[in-house]
Write a protein that binds this ligand. Sequence first.
Ligand SMILES: *[C@@H]1O[C@H](CO)[C@@H](O)[C@H](O)[C@H]1NC(C)=O
Ligand SMILES: *[C@@H]1O[C@H](CO)[C@@H](O)[C@H](O)[C@H]1NC(C)=O
Ligand SMILES: *[C@@H]1O[C@H](CO)[C@@H](O)[C@H](O)[C@H]1NC(C)=O
Ligand SMILES: *[C@@H]1O[C@H](CO)[C@@H](O)[C@H](O)[C@H]1NC(C)=O
Ligand SMILES: *[C@@H]1O[C@H](CO)[C@@H](O)[C@H](O)[C@H]1NC(C)=O
Ligand SMILES: *[C@@H]1O[C@H](CO)[C@@H](O)[C@H](O)[C@H]1NC(C)=O
Ligand SMILES: *[C@@H]1O[C@H](CO)[C@@H](O)[C@H](O)[C@H]1NC(C)=O
Ligand SMILES: *[C@@H]1O[C@H](CO)[C@@H](O)[C@H](O)[C@H]1NC(C)=O
Ligand SMILES: *[C@@H]1O[C@H](CO)[C@@H](O)[C@H](O)[C@H]1NC(C)=O
Length: 765
Amino acid sequence: MASRSQRVCLNIIWLSFISILHCSSTLANHDNYIVHMDLSAMPKAFRGQHGWYSATLQSVSGNAGANTNIFNNISSSKLLYTYSHVLNGFSASLTPAELEALKSSPGYISSIRDLPVKPHTTHSSQFLGLNPKSGAWPISKFGQDIIIGVVDTGVWPESESYNDGGMTEIPSRWKGECESGTQFNSSLCNKKLIGARFFNKGLLAKNPTITIAMNSPRDANGHGTHTSSTAAGSYVERASYFGYAIGTALGTAPLARVAMYKALWNEGSFTSDIIAAIDQAIIDGVDVLSMSLGLDGVDLYEDPVAIATFAAIEKNIFVSTSAGNQGPFIGTLHNGIPWVMTVAAGTMDRELGATLTLGNGNTVTGLSLYPGNSSLIDFPIVFMDECLNLAELKKVGQKIVVCQDKNDSLSNQVDNIQNASVSGGVFISDFDGLEFFLQSSFPAVFMNSKTGDILKDYIKIENNATATIQFQKTELGTKPAPSVASYSSRGPSISCPFVLKPDVMAPGDSILAAWPSNLAVSQTNSKLSFSNFNLQSGTSMACPQAAGIAALLRGAHPEWSPAAIRSAIMTTSDSTDNTNSDIKDIGDDNKPATPIAMGAGHINPNKALDPGLIYDATTEDYVSLLCSLNLTMKRIQTITRSYSVNCSTSSLDLNYPSFIAFFNAKESKSVQEFQRTVTNVGEGVSTYTASVTPLKGFNVSVDPDKLTFKGKYAKQSYKLRIEGPNQMDEETVVVFCYLSWIETGGKHVVKSPIVVTSLGTEAPS
Ligand SMILES: *[C@@H]1O[C@H](CO)[C@@H](O)[C@H](O)[C@H]1NC(C)=O
Ligand SMILES: *[C@@H]1O[C@H](CO)[C@@H](O)[C@H](O)[C@H]1NC(C)=O
Ligand SMILES: *[C@@H]1O[C@H](CO)[C@@H](O)[C@H](O)[C@H]1NC(C)=O
Ligand SMILES: *[C@@H]1O[C@H](CO)[C@@H](O)[C@H](O)[C@H]1NC(C)=O
Ligand SMILES: *[C@@H]1O[C@H](CO)[C@@H](O)[C@H](O)[C@H]1NC(C)=O
Ligand SMILES: *[C@@H]1O[C@H](CO)[C@@H](O)[C@H](O)[C@H]1NC(C)=O
Ligand SMILES: *[C@@H]1O[C@H](CO)[C@@H](O)[C@H](O)[C@H]1NC(C)=O
Ligand SMILES: *[C@@H]1O[C@H](CO)[C@@H](O)[C@H](O)[C@H]1NC(C)=O
Ligand SMILES: *[C@@H]1O[C@H](CO)[C@@H](O)[C@H](O)[C@H]1NC(C)=O
């Protein structure tokens, strides 16, 4: 298991991925607020919302400052954005007095403070089973009619991954634009990259004195280029990271269009800008939104992603989000929002690394992404235990040094070996986050202690031990795969525990995708390395893969709702790996992964194309869920924007393709029941029979256990009943099983995870 100090190190690496500056405002009293207004209170004199909000702001800054008069517009309040789709309201920079005055203005509903946001491929399409001859790619025309909007750090338009060779005309319904700015103008867009906009009024209001280095849609970070090309990058032959992972790079939906909405900045990221980006994406006409970002521990009615995506779902836009990189700890999940897809990250069947050929002829392999091409041939190799004594290491000279990670010292060891100027380092460590150390700028190889023992034994008995290291090794078909990546955040959702999250897992580990050619991919004091493709790990990389698959399904089934697409992806996902055993969790000692870690399973696009049955949900169903969460009407309205919310039907039991039941003495009964309705999306008459795998300590039954559908789009309902002790024993946090509806005489199996947990449902306050 990863221990604390390495965990901290890992988090820092992840955060530096997109540097988040918690800049405090220079005008100490000011803050940005996102303000919800009741449109029905708008006086008729105003033509539109913008005029009304400006006037409202003017009046509150007049009220707030004793010395203000109408000729003196040093009014400190400032309108940042008027939002018209994701919510009725605006964002503004306000003093506390102005905020107070605003609260008694006509039409004011509520306000939330602007918050900082955390941002969170050659082989992955093959690993996902996508191929040009059959299945999701040809049936969806590779996503060519679908527009994927990506809210991220911008785009590097010169990348080969945005090459539009052979692409059809841009869909005529598209209303987006390519905005000009620093090193960017509309001539950089084409039939692949069809939109590029940027949003930073919130950031600038928070930090009026900063200068934004790249004030345009151009990516100065790399994250957005990587995620957008992962979702929809064009074919690029012989792409690689310095010879690693070499192959044809392409996105999951290789002919889908990309529209970039840059709202994450190296200078900082704020929710007011993200809401503005989503608002614009809805107006422009995207079909799918991919958002590899999230906020820590916010309630649904304060989460801008939750609020803004509710409007997107109403407009039939599918939303894919990342689960976050704070695993393997339970309850760390971001974006646990009932109406979006929340994606966990897994590994692929690929190992990138190096081989060590020992003086005795034996060979051991390890992980490495060292970019240099020169092998180390017949170098003396020595074992230096923890490698913590730099002075001693500096005396070693031209040798390969082997270090053993005993006490979370790996990151110190790596620094020391680099500083000691030895020929190379071999690091023996069982740390489950090694992927974050691999992009070294000096010859380095990482291996687990089992392999390390072979190396140590050789060094011990051979008093003149030598080794040859060859880098750029790409091994395919490694087993077992996929496994849940340790860093992938675990559910349940804090903001809505009654809906099981995450939903699915997609490849997120060492994903090769486009990268700005002027940004170093590996960096040391001495040397910067550049590459047009970079390997990145995180749920940020898994999210766009799911977005790409949703684009393929939208292309193949234009009539499906976002909930139907999500259901198809979930119920057809795989819960076994390439050794035919249960998918393992690297963050939990390689025990079978629970749905809290991987959701329904590993995404399988070709099966998702034809799921048999789907669990659909409408916005009314989501409202009914919100009503049952006992939120105040104002808070519900913050999300729904509708001021006539009807809470006469209220149910925690959303028609979702997964189940989570809480059995803790405080709030549970010894029996819990769920009601579900499934819709036949297969052709003709069909019959399905329920099958439930055993659930330790509980009885699970389904009534009726046989469903017959008279034709396409016919619906049937059933009840799932879980009977057990009032309270689970304390050590057992999560038990799980699967319900499968198996088609009689057909090929469809519609599978749902069932989780029973002793965790509580209270949100942290
Ligand atoms: C009032 O505000 C506008 C727009 O911000 C600005 O152009 C103008 O110069 C200001 N007038 C005064 C008197 O400060
Ligand atoms: C965009 O910039 C390029 C080079 O800077 C220039 O050649 C081109 O004319 C510009 N296009 C537009 C539409 O401004
Ligand atoms: C190593 O070789 C690969 C493939 O031959 C090449 O793409 C890469 O640029 C080389 N790396 C360095 C650091 O020279
Ligand atoms: C492990 O590391 C910690 C902090 O670096 C140190 O305080 C402790 O003594 C070390 N333990 C051992 C057994 O080396
Ligand atoms: C060792 O290297 C790291 C980064 O590579 C650097 O921050 C540190 O100051 C160096 N330490 C010494 C003692 O040279
Ligand atoms: C150790 O190996 C080196 C290089 O292979 C060789 O030059 C040297 O003579 C060897 N020393 C002993 C003691 O075998
Ligand atoms: C909502 O309130 C009702 C009545 O007090 C209670 O029975 C129910 O458990 C509450 N629901 C949630 C989700 O807290
Ligand atoms: C709320 O919905 C219920 C059932 O759909 C309906 O009977 C009732 O009239 C509605 N109430 C209002 C105020 O619209
Ligand atoms: C499960 O059902 C069996 C048979 O009806 C019963 O004996 C047992 O007590 C039940 N177990 C639980 C945990 O309810």
